[in-house]
Design a binder for this molecule. Structure first.
Ligand SMILES: [Zn+2]
Length: 136
């Protein structure tokens, strides 16, 4: 990879995840740090991103693999994904996870918890009290 392409990659990695997530006053996810290494893609700060989510890290790990349609392996705080995956797609996957499993659909607060009700899992917002079913 030429130097120019490498710089362009870094620029893309520095782009912000969409405003509605990254600009929240009380809650900010670290920017995913993505590195292409040979034919693999390294998500360098996976642990740091997940630790801000307050969710089961294996759930996030599985979700990323399903969404990107590729296999991953854990490597300390990083994950290694098979294939060269554009950083933009990885950011989009994180955003999808947040929208599906974290963000309240009523007030957009990230202060939510999973709740079991009969056989359904609900996402309950601790800010406004709204609930919605989620598929785990
Ligand atoms: Zn809410």
């Amino acid at each position: 990879m030429g130097e120019f392409e490498y710089e362009a990659l870094l620029d893309r990695a520095r782009e912000n995840i969409p405003e509605d997530i990254s600009n929240r006053r009380r809650w900010r996810l670290p920017e995913p740090q993505i590195l292409i290494e040979g034919s693999n893609t390294i998500f360098q700060n996976f642990n740091a991103v997940v630790s801000m989510m307050d969710r089961d890290e294996n759930h996030v790990y599985q979700f990323i693999q399903n969404e990107l349609g590729t296999a991953a392996s854990r490597d300390g705080p990083r994950i290694r994904l098979k294939g060269r995956i554009p950083p933009k797609r990885i950011r989009k996957t994180i955003v999808n996870y947040v929208n599906t499993y974290i963000k309240c659909s009523q007030c957009s607060a990230p202060d939510t918890v999973f709740m079991k009700e009969d056989r359904t899992t609900l996402l309950k917002c601790q800010a406004c009290g709204a609930t919605r079913p989620v598929k785990l």
